[in-house]
Design a protein around this ligand. Structure first.
Ligand code: HEC
Length: 141
């Protein structure tokens, strides 16, 4: 009886180890980006876009299920780094405000915060990697 229990415990432990080590590298990368991105968001974006991404009616666009995020995927890095102004349409609503530049952010932080917003608030776009950010930043105008 005791032996069976010990065997069982060992089996469970073994399975758990296999499960943890089976987490793919990209999954680990995603989790890292997401959690650091969340703190970048809290420090640099939340003041305006609100904790839950809802923005401020008529003034600050919402990030919740925002069509703008998927339609402008390759422009997000430039937008975060250099700010944004002028007329935009987000989920059918018009905004004509000004988002300040955040040139102090490193490309990796830009990747992390974009990964956070594009996978929170009802969005689901997967990881936005550092390589993509570097590529996209080269194309800023
Ligand atoms: C000072 C307020 C302010 C801060 C801080 C700010 N934003 Fe914005 N953001 C705005 C405004 C205003 C707009 C709309 C600009 C326009 O009308 O052209 C905007 C637009 C956007 C958009 C495109 C529209 C949408 O809803 O999808 C994204 C994405 C975005 N911001 C992400 C961020 C991220 C990420 C950060 C932090 C790194 C951030 N913003 C910080 C005010 C801000």
């Amino acid at each position: 009886m005791k032996l069976t229990l010990v065997c069982l415990a060992t089996c469970v432990l073994l399975l758990a180890t296999v499960f943890v080590s089976c987490q793919s590298e990209s999954e680990i990368e995603y989790k890292q980006y997401y959690s650091i991105g969340k703190s970048v968001y809290q420090n640099q974006c939340q003041n305006c876009h609100a904790e839950n991404g809802e923005g401020l009616a008529g003034l600050i666009p919402s990030l919740q299920k925002a069509d703008y995020l998927s339609k402008n995927k390759s422009k997000l890095a430039c937008m975060v780094q250099n700010g944004l102004q002028g007329l935009i349409v987000v989920n059918g609503k018009f905004y004509n405000g000004k988002m300040p530049a955040q040139t102090q952010l490193a490309p990796i932080e830009i990747a992390e915060v974009i990964t956070y917003i594009t996978n929170s608030f009802g969005n689901n776009q997967g990881v936005y990697g550092l390589e993509k950010v570097s590529l996209d930043l080269k194309g800023c105008n």
